[in-house]
Design a protein around this ligand. Structure first.
Ligand code: PGA
Length: 270
């Protein structure tokens, strides 16, 4: 695992965007695993800038998003809650600004009539696309990856998840309150790639920013592996995992000095 510590949120986003852009340049028909939340926004803004100013080409790129609330989704005129869907978030934050073919973008369908069957289809679609080349990840306040809440098997596949109080609280503050919804109008279930699905990707790029995430980041990277903190599965990952943090999110790492040393030494040789 490479732990990269950047000065601030912006620098973290630029670094992560460079990692994704390298994959796209090397393989124009790359399959990207994407994430929602406040963490990846700077990354998406930088990708948009690269597309506009440097011609980064998304025309053959395929994407799969990690998760979606159950009960809301793409069909944005169905109810007022559609505005808060992750499908909409991705469209507004990235897809509409770059030359991606929307038919190649996939966000779990929160409006599916048969969520279990949909989860199986989603797995099959990822496989049919050749698997995910690089998976972008945030980390939840409760340590979740995607919506894999505490207690989820570390070998789980795409499934329906019951959200924890902490996730509901965090996401209410970030998204729903602003949009004028009451707490009980929030969906309490989600469709999510499983931890096992995530671990199948050919590279992982996990990001975190801010002091609120410092304690859970330290647990994820340096604590014991446990299904109570599903992001600890990064320690089991067999491929290349890059963790990009800002200073604040890195502030509780025991081995911070070592990670900084490794980064410096590696940059001289790699
Ligand atoms: P955030 O969410 O980026 O809004 O902090 C991360 C997550 O819940 O995975």
């Amino acid at each position: 695992m490479d732990v990269i510590i950047k000065d601030d949120y912006q620098a973290m986003g630029v670094y992560a965007a460079k990692c994704l852009a390298e994959v796209i340049k090397r393989k124009p028909n790359a399959v990207l695993g994407l994430a929602t939340g406040t963490t990846p926004l700077a990354t998406y803004n930088e990708l948009i800038r690269m597309h506009r100013e440097e011609g980064l080409d998304f025309s053959s790129v395929t994407t799969f998003n990690l998760d979606e609330y159950l009960g809301i989704g793409k069909n944005m005129d169905k109810s007022y809650l559609q505005d808060q869907s992750y499908a909409r978030f991705m469209y507004e934050s990235l897809f509409k600004h770059v030359n991606i073919d929307l038919n190649r973008t996939h966000v779990p369908d929160g409006l599916s009539q048969d969520p279990s069957a949909f989860c199986e289809e989603y797995e099959a679609k990822i496989k049919a696309a050749g698997g995910i080349d690089i998976q972008l990840l945030g980390i939840g306040g409760d340590g979740h990856w995607a919506f894999n809440e505490p207690g989820t098997s570390l070998s789980s596949r795409t499934h329906v998840e019951v959200l924890t109080q902490q996730t509901l609280d965090d996401n209410y503050e970030l998204f729903y309150r602003k949009a004028g919804f009451s707490r009980d109008q929030m969906p309490h279930f989600a469709l999510t790639m499983g931890v096992g699905t995530i671990l199948d990707a050919r590279a992982l790029l996990m990001m975190a920013s801010g002091s609120k995430k410092a304690s859970v980041v330290a647990k994820a990277i340096e604590g014991p592996v446990t299904s109570q903190i599903t992001s600890t599965a990064i320690q089991l990952y067999k491929g290349r995992a890059i963790v990009v943090l800002d200073e604040a999110a890195a502030s509780e790492l025991k081995n911070k000095e070592h990670y900084l040393h490794v980064e410096k030494v590696k940059s001289q040789f790699v």
